[in-house]
Ligand binder design. Structure first.
Ligand SMILES: Nc1ncnc2c1ncn2[C@@H]1O[C@H](COP(=O)(O)OP(=O)(O)OP(=O)(O)O)[C@@H](O)[C@H]1O
Ligand SMILES: [Mg+2]
Length: 210
């Protein structure tokens, strides 16, 4: 899939927050979205993922305008991830459950992703009791487990230690290479952007700067 944004404007009250003439997020790439606090990065991800439908302009997913079926093919990992008050295992299993994946396959996939993320020790911990970094790891695992077409990541490693950072970046790249998933990642870490991204978009005051 490819995302094409044209004539996007987003206002809060009278204030313009996003003003993007044209932007393309190419299929099969890892695109970095960087810019200062308040430049509109989170707002853009919310709009693409369907959390915010109050905008002017057109956003196409391949040749189709965003719609409910398309939203199901993507997932957003938010800046402060929300986890259910259930075990980490059940949180990760959830996207497969709602897609009615067979029970045996579900177990296999959750076990595999927990192993890849080295988070087996978190299996029975309740979502709301996890630390900031633990929540981010579980949330990324939950997003990757159902192999979405488009993965939207809002500062996914902001609370992550260096060792775990390597694991998460590795898994993001694996998703891109092996599953051919497209990734749009917000980060303040320029080194990270250089390590994982094919392209970088700079946002300033809601505008793309080149
Ligand atoms: N619900 C809202 N109501 C009013 N203003 C909002 C709302 N949400 C965000 N804003 C404003 O929109 C602007 C863009 O916010 P946004 O969260 O997209 O920035 P960001 O680039 O993600 O910043 P950060 O790097 O701090 O996460 C900010 O000025 C923010 O105060
Ligand atoms: Mg933000």
């Amino acid at each position: 899939m490819e995302i094409n944004i044209a004539g996007l404007k987003k206002y809060y009250s009278e204030k313009i927050i996003l003003d993007i003439n044209y932007l393309c997020i190419e299929k099969g790439t890892v695109t970095g979205l960087i810019g200062p606090n308040g430049s509109g990065k989170t707002t853009l991800l919310k709009i693409i993922s369907g959390l915010d439908k109050d905008f002017i302009g057109t956003i196409k997913y391949d040749s189709e305008l965003l719609n409910e079926d398309i939203y199901k093919k993507m997932t957003l990992v938010t800046q402060k991830p929300y986890l259910f008050r259930r075990k980490a295992y059940e949180n990760i299993e959830y996207p497969l459950k709602i897609r009615e994946t067979d029970k045996r396959i579900r177990k296999q996939k959750v076990e595999e992703i927990m192993k890849r993320f080295e988070i087996g020790d978190l299996r029975d911990k309740k979502g709301h009791l996890l630390s900031g970094g633990e929540s981010q790891k579980v949330s990324l695992a939950r997003a990757l487990v159902f192999e979405p077409e488009l993965l939207l990541l809002d500062e996914p490693t902001s609370n992550i230690d260096p060792e775990s950072m390597k694991i998460m970046e590795r898994e993001i790249l694996r998703f891109n290479k092996e599953i051919k998933g497209t990734v749009l990642i917000v980060t303040h870490n320029i080194e990270q952007a250089r390590r994982v991204c094919n392209n970088i978009i700079h946002l300033e005051c809601g505008k793309v700067v080149y």
